[in-house]
Design a protein around this ligand. Sequence first.
Ligand SMILES: Cc1cc2nc3c(=O)[nH]c(=O)nc-3n(C[C@H](O)[C@H](O)[C@H](O)COP(=O)(O)O)c2cc1C
Length: 239
Amino acid sequence: MIAETQTPTEWSQEAIAHCVSSVVRSRRAVRAFKPQPLRREIVEEILKDAAAAPSGANIQPWRVYVVSGGVKDELTEALVAASRAGTAPAPTHFPEPLPDVFRARLLDFGGRYYGSLGIDRGDTEARTRQTERNYSFFGAPVGLIFSIDRRLRPHSWIDLGLFAQNVMIAAKARGIDTCPQVAFAPFHAQIAAHLQMPPEEITAFGMSMGYGDFEAPVNQASMPRERMHDFARLLGFPA
Ligand SMILES: Cc1cc2nc3c(=O)[nH]c(=O)nc-3n(C[C@H](O)[C@H](O)[C@H](O)COP(=O)(O)O)c2cc1C
């Protein structure tokens, strides 16, 4: 069980809000890291914070495997080999056809991401090489694989997402960067074998974690958000 904590009373509510907003808003998907290692104790602190996430009926369905050093390198090797052999099932995380509104954003994302690396839309070889970098956790010292019991329903996957968001925010609050990665999901067979997952578990996604290299061109891309009034409807408030 995690210890109960309280908001530090010596801080004003305003200072707390400012801190939380600045951490949440400064988090971004980082895809190039400094070689600087991450201490195990810091990773453990981040995971303890993450476990404060809510979950339906408090079932806490999250599982996470945290890899570094030789274990991470061997996993990377297996995934790169599987990717090159073309043995993994095709990714299915987006429906086909993707509704127009989302396809437009996906294309915008691709332009910004590959544009930051000078990779042309039609250069499939360079795109494939960049996709492959997912499996080496973009050079981060620590990689995480998030899994969940496959018997659970989509509702419980929400809990896993909330847990993962806490990981990213708890990391960012300590000056540590992350990239969530669905790219691992099609490689469940290789990952499960390497990490000796029990058969009821399924790989949901992975995550890179380390100190971001903000000189790297790939980390120059910034991803815009829709305006608040375009995704939220506020009803019943006085004018
Ligand atoms: C569930 C999920 C899966 C993602 N999968 C990948 C991935 O496989 N590879 C990758 O480079 N980025 C991945 N991302 C990062 C997104 O591309 C990124 O969050 C998005 O473009 C917004 O950019 P920002 O996080 O920098 O604000 C993923 C993000 C989420 C939330």
